[in-house]
Design a protein around this ligand. Sequence first.
Ligand code: PSU
Ligand code: MN
Length: 306
Amino acid sequence: MNQHYLEYAPEVKEAMEKGQPVVALESTIISHGMPYPQNLETAMEVEDIIRKEGAVPATIALIDGKIKIGMTQEELEAFAKGDAIEKVSRRDFPKVLAKKTAGATTVAATMICAELAGIQVFVTGGIGGVHRGAESSMDISADLQELAKTNVAVVCAGAKSILDIGLTLEYLETHGVTVIGYETDEFPAFYTRKSGYGVDATGENPADVASMLQVKRDLGLSGGVVIANPVPEEAEMQKEDVDRMIQIALTEAIEEGIKGKDTTPYLLGRLKELSDGQTLVTNIALVKHNAVNGAKVAVKLNEQGR
Ligand code: PSU
Ligand code: MN
């Protein structure tokens, strides 16, 4: 692999040289997942949470022909404000890097970059999945393919019910992706703590989660792991409210002819409007909570790996 595509922020480089735990973060959530200025505030707060837990954050993006492993304050601001920032998944690397444009990395793309950089733990909000109606649209997020093959543990709050959660879990099972519930035996549904679906294993605490990741590493089992961490109770939404708004947003998306990579940002934006901003408040709370627990896991994994 040509390491010259990778450009490390000084903080990240130093941490890696010293063998300290590093946690990857995505940039699509900044450019396409949340509005300004909440996106910028959240990105900075999440980085600080990770530092407080004793790990080093590396927010990942494609800028000027390079894969940035750790972004500067100016870059974070540009990605938060920018409207010319492309949403980058696996298929977009050749174009965006060769043409030296700016790209925000999705879960799939961030996993690719994290693996190239040797980062084992990645914190985000929610993963993409099998969309409802995928029988006809064939809309299955590239995030799932990436989890099937790329060796990074993804800490998230489960999958939103804009997706078909049952089919998403079937897909992960088929591809051998372990789904760990963080202190829960139920797969969380992003805005709510419960989905009605179980997980493959419960991680009782950070060390317990890290020990499962360690076994996977020892055996050389390739592919990702989902660490599903439910939204904190105080920030959880009512299932009936979420279901009702999702129905409206999905119907509108079909009416408006929204397709492909525009679907997820469109639905997130509409849910925020329909909920008078409540989905955004919940989204921010769950990302921060993921940062706390993801960093704890990265710290334990780093200790065990020594
Ligand atoms: N879920 C969110 N916020 C987000 C995303 C998902 O709550 O910003 C982003 C992530 O970057 C994820 C991507 O990888 O959407 C999935 O998009 P798609 O469904 O087009 O694969
Ligand atoms: Mn899609």
